[in-house]
Design a binder for this molecule. Structure first.
Ligand SMILES: *[C@@H]1O[C@H](CO)[C@@H](O)[C@H](O)[C@H]1NC(C)=O
Ligand SMILES: *[C@@H]1O[C@H](CO)[C@@H](O)[C@H](O)[C@H]1NC(C)=O
Ligand SMILES: *[C@@H]1O[C@H](CO)[C@@H](O)[C@H](O)[C@H]1NC(C)=O
Ligand SMILES: *[C@@H]1O[C@H](CO)[C@@H](O)[C@H](O)[C@H]1NC(C)=O
Ligand SMILES: *[C@@H]1O[C@H](CO)[C@@H](O)[C@H](O)[C@H]1NC(C)=O
Ligand SMILES: *[C@@H]1O[C@H](CO)[C@@H](O)[C@H](O)[C@H]1NC(C)=O
Ligand SMILES: *[C@@H]1O[C@H](CO)[C@@H](O)[C@H](O)[C@H]1NC(C)=O
Length: 527
């Protein structure tokens, strides 16, 4: 049934003249519109890994995690640059250093805090070996700002040399000091804590880091190399205002490399959260990103962050590590494509999707546990499509434009590379539950029409993001490729039972039609 549906798409594609040219056709110019967003940073597709889960994801020198490295290499092949890895999250502000610890980490889960990660944490010297297991990867290391004790100060002083040595040889992207410090207010800091208090503390502790660096790794305090992700605010609860934080002098030392903020669509336990309402909904994506667009506008008007790119240093579908059945389904992969491409169209120049062991929204589970099977999870396939859409490396400038579509279950984007139209992406987010709907009617599909008046190519290749349905948690493919662990440890394997290698014809007037099964997405390659 699935295969015949795709064949139907192929038949339509071969005879575009029979497709009605509805008023919903989208005209796309070959040349980049004047108001297009700034070019994305390469790499755009990047990850944030929970500090306490980093040894699981990366391993150590004697036991590097090759599966994770393979998945990162696949994305490097697709987007042109290997994803950057931010190591941080809630647990970075719990971690204390124990020089005698023989393992990478000793974590104790405190159920009243969270069942998903340890809240009492020591790290040993071998924690830092994890930075040396993935060749050609750049990282940011997250220091503890949350704890303000003698032990925390000792940790800062002792771990700067370990971190800088592990991150030498080109492995450092940025430093980070504190995760979501806006949420410290009223929790690990008094409820009277202000933006200026945070900035004062951040400046004094970052200067300690710099002092330690200049002793242990003097090559890493040069102007170009010494940079932070900050302020890394959660942005929820209106506790500290990011704009005010910049105003009161966050960048006094001119060492902020990325204006990093965090984002989630909602909470895993919030009432009314569903795939159709919360994730597979372009309106909801636009609303979620609007907060950042507002902050950026305000910062720009006040001239506060001129040369500091705005990024999401931690983001994923639903906070509290995702919701089973939603965040780990193919539907969440489709959300990830829409969300990330929309960010790229709104001057958010890189996104780090947050990962952790046993997290429901994770793109992959790096080790076998009693809760979760090791393997590549559906969101990873969304990462693959985003990487393919944003492909490019300097000096190419990749810019994304959000194209107008009708229903909130549709989204479409154009990618311009060095000013020329290179690719179109279309996402259909209509639910199709194959476990319940299959066996009834055949899977519905939708046809999208584009008018490309200046494009000379007569045939455009199609790459599809496919699964049996919205609720699929396995059997997902990108352009016919499986990256599943069970096949070749995450290395790409071309499957023969899914449609790949299709093309669609552009007629003499520049019209082209693309059919998508409900709950699927595709890229049309122009050049
Ligand atoms: C390296 O990882 C292996 C496998 O998890 C573990 O058994 C070993 O203790 C680790 N080595 C160090 C030095 O932490
Ligand atoms: C690990 O942490 C727990 C709880 O803090 C502690 O009781 C235990 O002794 C620690 N183990 C090691 C090997 O340090
Ligand atoms: C943090 O610790 C320092 C040194 O003990 C102290 O001066 C400062 O007041 C503390 N800050 C907060 C917010 O507790
Ligand atoms: C999509 O999201 C918007 C904004 O949150 C909401 O108003 C709308 O009801 C959602 N659509 C569905 C089908 O739930
Ligand atoms: C898919 O399944 C979800 C969860 O059971 C349900 O809420 C939704 O209505 C279903 N969608 C369709 C199109 O059947
Ligand atoms: C997907 O559907 C095909 C055809 O019905 C079936 O053979 C295959 O087992 C399904 N895959 C999964 C992962 O359910
Ligand atoms: C294609 O084959 C793979 C590997 O055997 C299987 O997991 C998947 O469900 C199949 N997909 C379809 C659509 O039949």
């Amino acid at each position: 049934m699935f295969v015949s549906l795709l064949l139907r798409a192929a038949v339509v594609a071969a005879a575009p003249s029979i497709v009605e040219r509805g008023s919903s056709a989208i005209t796309v110019s070959k040349h980049m519109p004047q108001d297009a967003a700034s070019s994305i940073l390469a790499p755009f597709v990047s990850f944030s890994i929970e500090f306490s889960s980093f040894p699981d994801f990366a391993g150590n020198k004697s036991r590097p995690n090759k599966f994770s490295n393979q998945l990162l290499d696949n994305l490097a092949d697709l987007q042109g640059v290997k994803p950057y890895i931010r190591v941080g999250g809630n647990t970075q502000d719990f971690a204390l250093y124990d020089p005698n610890l023989k393992t990478q980490i000793n974590g104790t889960v405190v159920l009243s805090e969270s069942a998903d990660y340890p809240s009492i944490i020591s790290i040993g010297p071998s924690f830092f070996e994890a930075y040396e297991t993935w060749p050609g990867t750049k990282f940011s290391h997250g220091f503890n700002l949350g704890k303000n004790t003698t032990e925390a100060m000792d940790t800062l002083i002792a771990t700067v040399p370990l971190a800088c040595k592990a991150l030498s040889n080109g492995r450092l992207a940025h430093w980070e000091l504190g995760n979501e410090p806006d949420l410290f207010k009223g929790k690990v800091r008094p409820s009277t804590w202000l933006e200026s208090d945070y900035v004062g503390e951040w400046l004094s502790k970052s200067r300690i880091i710099k002092r330690q660096l200049s002793q242990a790794c003097p090559g890493m305090v040069t102007k170009g190399a010494y940079k932070y992700l900050a302020p890394s605010f959660a942005g929820t609860g209106n506790k500290l205002d990011p704009v005010k934080t910049w105003e009161v002098g966050l960048d006094t030392d001119h060492d902020i490399g990325m204006n990093s903020m965090h984002n989630y669509m909602g909470g895993a336990d919030s009432p009314g959260v569903t795939l159709a309402h919360t994730l597979m909904n372009h309106t909801a994506v636009v609303q979620s990103v609007a907060h950042h667009v507002g902050v950026m506008k305000d910062l720009q008007e006040k001239g506060l962050t001129k040369d500091v790119p705005y990024i999401l240093g931690e983001m994923n579908s639903l906070y509290h590590q995702g919701k089973p059945g939603l965040s780990n389904s193919f539907g969440a992969a489709l959300w990830g494509v829409d969300f990330n491409l929309y960010c790229a169209s709104q001057n958010i120049r890189r996104t780090h999707m947050h990962q952790g062991t046993d997290y429901r929204y994770a793109s992959w589970q790096p080790v076998q546990t009693t809760k979760t099977t090791i393997g590549t999870k559906p969101p990873y396939y969304g990462n693959a499509m985003v990487a393919a859409m944003l492909r490019g490396r300097e000096p190419d400038a990749v810019q994304i434009v959000n194209l107008p579509t009708g229903p909130e279950t549709d989204a479409a984007y154009a990618a311009y590379v060095s000013g020329k139209l290179a690719r179109l992406a279309v996402i259909n987010m209509q639910e199709y539950n194959y476990t319940s709907d299959a066996g009834s009617a055949s899977r519905p599909s939708a046809t999208y029409q584009f008018h490309l008046p200046e494009v000379s190519a007569k045939s455009l290749s199609v790459q599809r993001l496919l699964a049996n349905g919205t609720d699929a948690i396995t059997g997902i493919t990108w352009d016919g490729w499986s990256y599943n662990y069970e096949l070749q440890g995450g290395a790409p394997v071309r499957l023969t039972n899914v449609t790949a290698g299709q093309s669609v014809q552009v007629d003499s007037e520049g019209w082209v039609a693309l059919e998508l099964p409900h709950s699927s997405a595709a890229i049309l390659n122009i050049s």
